[in-house]
Design a binder for this molecule. Sequence first.
Ligand SMILES: Cc1ncc(COP(=O)(O)O)c(C=O)c1O
Length: 360
Amino acid sequence: MTVRVHNFCAGPCTLPLEVLEEAEKEFVDYQGAGMSLIEMSHRGKHYDAVHKETTDLALDVYGAPDDFAVLFIQGGATLQFAMVPMNLLKPGRRAAYVNSGSWAKGAITDAKPYGDIYIAWDGADCNYTRMPRSEEIELSDNTRYLHITSNETIGGIRFPQWPEVSVPLVADMSSDYMSRSIPWERFDIVYGGVQKNLGPSGMAMVFIRKSILEETNRDIGRYLRFDVHNDKESLFNTPPVFTIYIVGKVLKWMKRKGGLSVIEGEAAEKAGLLYRVIDESDEYYRCPVDPVCRSHMNVVFRLPSEDLEAKFLSEAAAANFVNLKGHRSVGGCRASIYNAMPKGSVAALAEFMDSFRGSN
Ligand SMILES: Cc1ncc(COP(=O)(O)O)c(C=O)c1O
């Protein structure tokens, strides 16, 4: 029998077991075609059905309004760091960025070559332990958009409330993608790598307000243009067929579970199990994050010493709780508990943490 560990990896990460098993069954001979889906033309009837279904499901499951399109673009979230300003910024317009930590810094660095970028709120002053409230975000004239990172995967912080500001929002939602509902009217673009909540790595899913496609820049390479991807319905070149196929299956799994609101409720419950252990540990476990901004996807915590952290990680791994080491830039521990992480695995980890504290 296959043994599955409790995998708390920050991404790529745990996917729904039933999706993996379905894909395994279909892998060698896709629907009687005598070949695998990854061996056939992306212009043929089998893949065409997969592509359309995943597109429709993405819009449906996320509750995107009619004036949004969804695009599948290779290069992960990182390519979007550059593509967004390349497409949206024009001479005389500026872009505002919330600097909330490691991933926001990536977006800022990659936007700088393409226009006038400024920091509208800087989390450096609080060591990136919280997100700004709307009234703390300082916008200047001629700002085209405000870029936010909805959840900082490394720092373990999230926006508890979506910012309400006078300009459209653009958000990197990679690490809490489709785990919570969003006020679409505030956004022009929502993007994220799919390798946490939705499927294999290497692709971004980009929700874009269709009306802004009339004004996006045209003087860039074709693959970099949002309007080209939209006109070609994400089939401008050979798409990552396997990734799109798995994302479609994960979206169907989300629907079967009851959709976004059920997923959102479960995420709060699962995160609550771990934060409770931390809060009731008499400061044995410490979460460095402002409690209001604690992530529901990436729970970061420290133990009393680095030696105890090493012991914790090693005993946890021996008990099948793997990938709990914090990011190398910050140390400590991190449990990533994305949509497909079973509640039972989180409850088991909470129990393990309690018992480790008892004996150490
Ligand atoms: C919040 C956030 N943004 C961007 C990225 C980069 O994503 P990708 O590897 O798909 O480029 C990550 C990856 O972990 C992330 O967590």
